[in-house]
Design a protein around this ligand. Structure first.
Ligand code: ZN
Length: 476
């Protein structure tokens, strides 16, 4: 059996449109571009669709790497950068033709930290992400990227139940491994063998494969200048594959934005790296789904949980002052993360209780209807109406259908407000945090309109400590 090399890029941008206007307000920090989506498209997403490889030959890097694109980014590309959107879809189709399995991997809908979601929200985030993938790529997803690779057993149960076969995790998320039937052996990120896939056997009896990427190479790409010499990076990956045993896979996952946005000319470096791997005898460029089909896991793994790739403290970065930050910050400087999380959790529960009661009056299973909402939304207004009528308790009037639409819209914002970026940065004045607050404001506003009960004043009271909240959430 051959040796394989797989480079995975996680491409993602949060929702940026203002909920009231549906448009992205100018983002001056992205100048000279109107907003960050436009800027990063110019620096990264478009260049990777036709990067200048060796000999000046233009290639689509997407055809030769494994990748996931967030649904909120694909929605924007579809409308505002159609050439890039088409190139991403074409690259997946081409990889299916070549390898029998596609390069594209799904992502859950709003980049919420799944272990911190309510069980119901977790299911919906996954369902919407998988529906989005199938609608765009024209095939069901085989794998899923978990936002921030944040995982726990409940999250893996949810994705396995949805029919997903694999995910990609950071090496420090593995706690113990064994060959099937053998004795468990404790591992850490330095002792874990990342060249094989592992099976995670779940309490339900289900199982899902996990690929743990090579942490040292990922680090060198993201932070230590490996993209200054793409050819050398490609040769290093290939040499590591050649040095491994037959059937081993050298693979690495980083933010896709490394290739051109975080690192200028990273797209060209990636093209050179891929060419160097391709030129190495007995090493093949592959993707995870193709590799998994050819070599099902014979090793098992137990996870450290909850865990993620950008917080050493589990998933604390998205709910407490754990010390993880982008820049230097003083102790206590991220205390705002806790009230942001608990206030939005409170709003979610308030909205969910009302939704269950009011939507449950109109339709048979309101949570099934919510699960189907994104797939219907993609197909247009009429499809949403059909979805609602498919579950109606009686022949609903036009007004009642409209009310149900508004209840679903409320739920959409109540999910969107948990986008992980809102907690990631160092202060709550970041545009990502403001965006979450705008979604929360919208969910609360719809709740008040539809229920006649107050929410925003209490939300604002609970957001004390998040000093930007008052500028976004109007008390009435
Ligand atoms: Zn942390």
């Amino acid at each position: 059996m051959k040796r394989g090399v797989c480079i995975h890029g996680h491409f993602y941008q949060p929702p940026r449109a203002d909920p009231h206007t549906g448009r992205i307000a100018p983002e001056p920090s992205a100048a000279p571009h109107p907003n960050w989506n436009a800027r990063i498209t110019d620096e990264c997403y478009r260049p990777n669709a036709h990067a200048a490889g060796p000999g000046g030959v233009s290639v689509s890097n997407y055809s030769s790497i494994s990748f996931d694109f967030g649904p909120t980014l694909l929605e924007w590309l579809e409308r505002d950068a159609r050439d890039v959107y088409a190139a991403v879809l074409a690259a997946d189709a081409e990889s299916v033709a070549r390898l029998g399995h596609g390069n594209a991997v799904a992502q859950s809908m709003h980049h919420a930290i799944l272990p911190l979601c309510s069980p119901r929200d977790r299911e919906t985030e996954i369902k919407w992400g998988l529906d989005d993938f199938e609608y765009r790529f024209g095939r069901p997803a085989e794998g899923i990227w978990l936002p921030e690779t944040a995982a726990d057993v409940a999250t893996l149960e949810s994705v396995a139940a949805a029919g997903v076969r694999f995910t990609i995790l950071a090496p420090r998320q593995a706690r113990a491994v064994r060959e099937s039937g053998g004795a468990w052996r404790e591992v850490d990120e330095t002792s874990l063998d990342t060249s094989v896939a592992y099976a995670v056997r779940l309490p339900s009896g289900a199982s899902i494969a996990a690929f743990f990427y090579d942490g040292a190479i990922a680090q060198s790409i993201a932070f230590n200048g490996a993209l200054r010499d793409g050819d050398a990076l490609g040769r290093a990956l290939a040499e590591r594959a050649v040095a491994g045993s037959a059937g081993s896979l050298v693979h690495v996952a980083t933010d896709g934005e490394s290739y051109g946005h975080h690192h200028r000319f990273g797209d060209i470096a990636l093209a050179y790296a891929l060419a160097a791997v391709r030129a190495t005898p007995d090493v093949e460029l592959t993707n995870y789904a193709a590799w998994l089909a050819a070599a099902p896991p014979v090793h098992e793994v137990q996870l450290r949980e909850p865990s993620s790739w950008s917080c050493a403290h589990g998933v604390e970065r998205w709910r407490s002052d754990c010390g993880c930050a982008v820049g230097a910050t003083a102790p206590g400087a991220q205390a705002w993360r806790t009230p942001l999380r608990t206030a939005l959790d409170w709003l979610r529960d308030r909205v969910a209780g009302f939704y269950q009661e009011e939507a449950g009056r109109l339709v048979l299973d309101p949570w099934d209807v919510r699960d189907g909402y994104h797939g219907a939304r993609l197909r247009g207004d009429a499809a949403i109406g059909e979805l609602i009528r498919g579950y109606q308790r009686w022949a609903l009037s036009a007004d009642e259908v409209e009310r149900m639409r508004e209840l679903l819209r409320m739920q959409r914002y109540a999910l969107m407000m948990f986008t992980s970026c809102g907690w990631f940065f160092d202060a709550p004045d970041d545009i990502a945090t403001i965006q979450n607050l705008k979604a929360a404001q919208m969910a609360a506003e719809l709740f008040e309109e539809l229920s006649g009960q107050p929410a925003r004043a209490e939300l604002l009271r609970r957001l004390a400590g998040v000093d930007t909240a008052a500028s976004v959430v109007a008390a009435e």
